[in-house]
Design a protein around this ligand. Structure first.
Ligand code: PGA
Length: 252
């Protein structure tokens, strides 16, 4: 595989603050000695965002990402983490619309659109998660669900200058389940995403990624999807040996 891909490591809340710092230092050390053309974006638990920023050494290979952000700017928003602060802390990327947040906190397409807007305003590249549930898949409405998720966002941002926008197709039933769709199903969704983006004339800044049970074994097949620009990885991104094996398998 010749293409340079994104590997987004989503550490969720798998670790508390102290462990997250330890792990980050370890990853940073190990990854800087590795020769690869792929780009690693580490998204630490929210509790560790500020401290990890102070440990971070700028590099062309490792970038920092957050896991969510406020849909608002500065103001009376108790408990939020605003995009301006993320920018000040050198977070170049931010995951939004993850299905765990949609399911646990009722985050809507409109809220995700608002978050996307805030991130672009502060020059942070959004990593927007979209995807259907098992039930939606079985009733054949996957594309409709993804259309609805994306339209709300694209309609809000298409008049802005967009350097880059990452869309991660993550079927909900695939996350943490060791099940993945067939490559041609993923490719079809990627084509659909590009098609919608074209309508809003933002397809040139768009990159499409896959997420859901990506690990050193599933990657061997998934890496062959033609339109693929990267992966969003949960569990398998939390051990550097597993992540290194993923990179090795990508390049073999
Ligand atoms: P998983 O998680 O790789 O553990 O399935 C992916 C995600 O939730 O982003």
């Amino acid at each position: 595989m010749k293409k340079s891909l994104y590997l987004i490591a989503n550490w969720k809340t798998y670790f508390s603050y102290t462990k997250a710092l330890e792990l980050f230092l370890d990853f940073q050390k190990q990854f800087s000695s590795l020769t690869t053309r792929h780009k690693l974006v580490i998204c630490p638990p929210t509790s560790a965002l500020a401290s990890i920023s102070s440990l971070y050494k700028r590099s062309e290979r490792i970038y920092l990402g957050a896991q969510t952000c406020s849909p608002y700017g500065l103001g009376a928003h108790t408990g939020d983490i605003d995009a301006q602060s993320l920018q000040e802390l050198n977070y170049a990327y931010c995951i939004i619309g993850h299905s765990e947040r949609r399911a646990s906190y009722g985050e809507t397409n409109e809220l995700v659109a608002q978050q996307t807007y805030q991130l672009l305003k502060h020059d942070i590249i959004p990593i927007v998660c979209v995807g259907e549930t098992a039930q939606e898949r079985s009733t054949g409405i996957t594309k409709q669900i993804i259309t609805d998720q994306l339209k709300a966002i694209f309609a809000k941002i298409h008049h802005r200058t967009i350097r880059e926008l990452l869309i991660a197709y993550e079927p909900r039933w695939s996350i943490g389940s060791d099940q993945t769709p067939e490559n041609d199903e993923i490719q079809e969704v990627f084509m659909h995403i590009h098609h919608i983006a074209q309508h809003y004339t933002i397809h040139q800044s768009l990159k499409v990624m896959y997420g859901g049970s990506v690990d050193a074994s599933t990657i061997n097949n998934l890496k062959n999807i033609p339109l693929l620009d990267g992966f969003l990885i949960g569990r398998a991104s939390t051990h550097h040996t597993q992540l290194f094996q993923i990179i090795k398998n990508l390049d073999s």
